[in-house]
Design a protein around this ligand. Structure first.
Ligand code: PMT
Length: 402
């Protein structure tokens, strides 16, 4: 069944060139079974006419606090909504929402709701990177608002850079997750479990501006955290990157392997720990305090091993079911089996990162699940969310067998 079937969504459109993309989002939500009520700011109407939204949505577009038959349209809209999707969200709307200002129908509706809110910023790079915008978004994220970050690409006026509205797929996925959480929390098979997940690649400093890193996007770890939250778990995600996430997930941002180790250990005990992060195995032994100058000479950087977080958890107690990943490019299953035993994990997610459309940065993945009792199941190429589901199915089965 569609995750949107029967849901009531306020599509809050503010005034940027990306407002035209909200038309497609509106159409897709309606096609997927949602009841969509568009709310347009005055500036949004300069980019796309209300008639376009009214024609595609489930109800006519709402434009004003005062020109409605309903004397309190913001309260009615806010109370009836299951979800408010602010798409696109301009810097002004983000600022007003963070500050609690309600000076038009859209901003008043945001304050007059207890529904989940997903915000999709779109603006020029300078505005996106401005500390005011970033601080406002951090504030909103801390209040449980789900932020779908913009992409890099072509902007209004022919400029290129960060700030382009995210593609419809991540926006719709974030909206679906936001709607799903409430439902699954009462019926999910992980209800009440404390789940700790890691995601993204660590960055080990060479000097204040350079680092040793890897290509992990965090997508697989975020998919695991999201799926666990949807199934009712109380999830903490320790990550090196920020991506859309259900409001109920407690996000801890770190950069290095050592910071990740501390963040993970500080949050034990957990019922399940899933280490999807690509933790650097080595780090510069003596990072320079100042930017290393270019001399034209060859330079040698001495690397030392990082702490092995998974192996330490495998030797200790407090991690409940312990799930590691193995990113391999050759002798995949044999190497993964060695890691499973060497690190003391209950389950290893074997990732052949040389396979097409699998592993680092792809939206899809293909894995095998190796458990310490010798069981092995394969998950053919599918979305990372689907792979996350398969991993959690195994985790639930392993817990039941204990
Ligand atoms: O983030 P994406 O772009 O979505 O890509 C997903 C992924 C490819 C990063 C993910 O599927 C994956 O394979 N993650 C593990 C990457 C990795 O570091 O693998 P590894 O074989 O080097 O490490 C084995 C395990 O030990 C991992 O669970 C790792 O988190 C853990 N480890 C490794 C080193 C270290 N110092 N401490 C650790 O805990």
């Amino acid at each position: 069944m569609s995750p949107f079937a029967g849901s009531r969504i306020v599509l809050a459109v503010s005034g940027g060139i990306a407002a035209y993309k909200a038309v497609e989002i509106c159409r897709r939500l309606v096609d997927a079974g949602a009841h969509v009520v568009p709310v347009l700011t005055a500036a949004a109407q300069r980019f796309v006419g209300e008639v376009t939204f009214s024609a595609l949505a489930s109800e006519r577009a709402r434009l004003s606090l005062f020109d409605d038959d309903d004397p309190i349209p913001h309260v009615t809209l806010g109370r009836q909504a299951d979800l408010i999707l602010v798409c696109p969200a301009t810097a002004r709307v983000i600022g007003a929402y963070a500050a609690g200002l309600a000076d038009d129908l859209l901003s008043a509706t945001l304050l007059a709701t207890r529904a989940r809110v997903v915000v999709c910023p779109a603006m020029h790079t300078e505005m996106w990177e401005h500390p005011a915008t970033q601080d406002n978004l951090r504030l909103l994220a801390g209040r449980g608002v789900i932020v779908v970050p913009p992409e890099e690409g072509r902007l209004a006026g022919g400029d290129e850079g960060a700030g382009r509205l995210a593609a419809p797929e991540p926006i719709l996925a974030a909206a679906a997750d936001a709607l799903a959480i409430g439902d699954a929390a009462s019926s999910g098979d992980m209800t009440g479990l404390r789940v700790l997940v890691t995601a993204g690649g660590t960055r080990e400093p060479i000097d204040p501006v350079r680092f040793v890193g890897n290509r992990s996007s965090g997508k697989q770890g975020y998919a695991v955290a999201t799926e666990a939250a949807v199934r009712g778990a109380k999830v903490t995600l320790v990550a090196t990157v920020q991506r859309p996430l259900p409001a109920s997930v407690d996000l801890v941002l770190v950069e290095t392997a050592e910071e990740m180790r501390t963040a993970v250990v500080d949050r034990l005990p957990a019922d399940v720990v899933i280490m999807a992060a690509a933790v650097a195995d080595y780090r510069p032994a003596a990072p320079a305090a100042e930017k290393i100058k270019k001399t034209g000479e060859a330079r040698t950087i001495t690397l030392e091993p990082t702490p092995d977080i998974l192996a330490a958890l495998g030797r200790g107690t407090g991690a409940g079911i312990l799930v590691g990943f193995a990113a391999e490019t050759s002798d995949v299953l044999a190497n993964a089996r060695v890691k499973l035993h060497a690190k003391g994990a209950d389950l290893i997610v074997v990732n052949d990162v040389s396979a097409p459309r699998a592993g680092f940065d792809h939206d899809t993945n293909e894995v095998a699940l190796l458990d310490s009792a010798g069981g092995c199941t394969t998950v053919p190429l599918a979305s990372k969310r689907h792979v996350a589901r398969a991993i959690l199915d195994r985790v639930v089965a392993l817990r039941a067998a204990r």
